[in-house]
Design a binder for this molecule. Structure first.
Ligand SMILES: Cc1ncc(COP(=O)(O)O)c(C=O)c1O
Length: 434
């Protein structure tokens, strides 16, 4: 342990949970949280730990590993690319994996979502999408549209621009409120009254807005909250009425998670900009994209160099990641992923339903391959997490939510084990669910 860390430990009174603080962990109170489990190998829907235990994975690693871990088709594609060109900068250079991937994505997406800007994480893709919408107006000489409309329950990332469009109360970022630009966060228009209220708000304030940003059908990290396609059709109509770019953040929902390849297809709505990441590479590599329709892209075409999109993450369009994404899309074409999602949804619906009768459970809901058991509250998160791992599953509850987003290739018996473990753990309610 390094000297400074030792000093910190002695000054702050120890830290027995984490013997070494050299790795600063995500969303983790390093003083009080459980030490992380040590993963040594993954395969399919399983995570192997260094102590020999094997956990059935209920998260697909933050919703990325949609084909299961280590799919040979993706592994081989990445290995082939690794041998010839792991990375090359994308400024002034191009390469086949990026061009083929852009072609493939635009062919799969509805409407004229034809212009792909690659980035390296979900948050950055959302930032790029916001920048596209804001500059769409600036390039037309309109400088007053400085706010975005986003929604209660939403989550769009952890960077400063994206924190400002997350739910300010429910999200993890309330602390930063005073540092963030103020946007407009409203309830989703879930019914006629909500649609009328939002309509009226926009009639009065649309001119200050640069765009509307929403996670379609399922708000993920904000609480696994679902809504109907009608909500998105309402947003499309309102965006059209005021000429506002409508951004769908499909970083969670994209690539089959809600039952269709993209959530926007289920709603029959074409957004003006869509963001993708997470399952884009089948859970292999970091990659994201913000993809715009032609009228957005056209606002950047100009003799004026200042009208260009001034963004360029160093590792954007990384060839290894693009190869992984191409291989992942081939798997969606060759294997029955959406049928698997439907079967997973049906099984989770049946197998999680008994949780409804357990004390402390507020709601059980399923959409696509997302299964949610919402509790009234989780008082001792550490105890719940430990109980789940002890039951042989990798499930990461947050706030008052226990959810399953398994790989689409999970075997029926693995899924039954996963749902059974959640039921059993919640039944025993290790003193922490009220
Ligand atoms: C809908 C949505 N948008 C954006 C992000 C941010 O992605 P990243 O963690 O890759 O920055 C997430 C991550 O969970 C997400 O679910």
């Amino acid at each position: 342990m390094k000297k400074r860390t030792k000093k910190l430990l002695s000054v702050r009174g120890g830290g027995s949970a984490h013997p070494d603080f050299s790795v600063w962990r995500p969303y983790t109170q390093m003083r009080t949280s459980l030490p992380p489990l040590r993963a040594v190998r993954t395969e399919g829907a399983r995570i192997h730990l260094d102590d020999g235990r094997v956990l059935i994975d209920g998260t697909a690693s933050w919703w990325t590993a949609c084909h299961g871990y280590n799919h040979p088709h993706i592994r081989e594609a990445v290995a082939r690319q690794l041998a010839v060109m792991p990375h090359v900068m994308f400024g002034g250079l191009t390469h086949d994996p990026a061009e083929q991937l852009a072609e493939r994505l635009t062919a799969l997406l509805p409407g004229d979502l034809n212009h792909v800007f690659f980035a390296d994480s979900g948050s950055v893709a959302v930032e790029v999408a916001m920048k596209m919408a804001a500059q769409y107006w600036l390039n037309q000489g309109i400088r007053t549209r400085t706010k975005f409309l986003a929604f209660a329950g939403g989550y769009h990332g952890d960077t400063f621009a994206t924190m400002a469009v997350c739910d300010p109360e429910e999200g993890m970022h309330a602390l930063f409120g005073p540092l963030l630009p103020r946007h407009v966060i409203r309830p989703l228009p879930r019914d006629a009254a909500g649609a009328a209220a939002l309509g009226q708000f926009l009639d009065e304030h649309a001119e200050s807005l640069a765009g509307i940003l929403v996670e379609p059908l399922a708000q993920g990290a904000g609480g696994m909250i679902f809504h109907e396609g009608e909500v998105l059709r309402c947003l499309r109509a309102l965006a059209d009425r005021h000429g506002l770019p409508l951004i769908f953040d499909e970083i969670f929902t994209g690539f089959g998670r809600t039952g269709s390849l993209f959530a926007c297809e289920q709603a029959g709505v074409v957004p003006d900009i869509i963001t993708l990441s997470k399952a884009l590479t089948g859970g292999t590599m970091a990659l994201s994209a913000a993809i715009a329709r032609t009228h957005i892209f056209a606002a950047f075409l100009s003799e004026n160099a200042g009208h260009a999109l001034m963004h360029g993450p160093t590792y954007m369009a990384n060839p290894l990641a693009c190869s992984a994404a191409l291989a992942s899309l081939e798997l969606f074409a060759a294997e029955p992923r959406l049928a698997q999602v439907e079967a997973i949804g049906a099984a989770m619906g049946e197998q999680l339903a008994p949780c409804r009768c357990l004390p402390g459970v507020r709601d059980v809901r399923v959409l696509g391959a997302i299964g949610v058991v919402e509790l009234h509250r989780i008082a001792d998160m550490n105890a719940l997490k430990a109980a789940l791992a002890a039951a042989g599953v990798w499930v990461r509850p947050f706030r008052n939510i226990v959810y399953l987003t398994p790989a689409f290739t999970i075997a029926a018996e693995e899924l039954a084990f996963l749902c059974g473990a959640v039921r059993r753990v919640l039944e025993r309610a290790p003193g922490n669910i009220a």
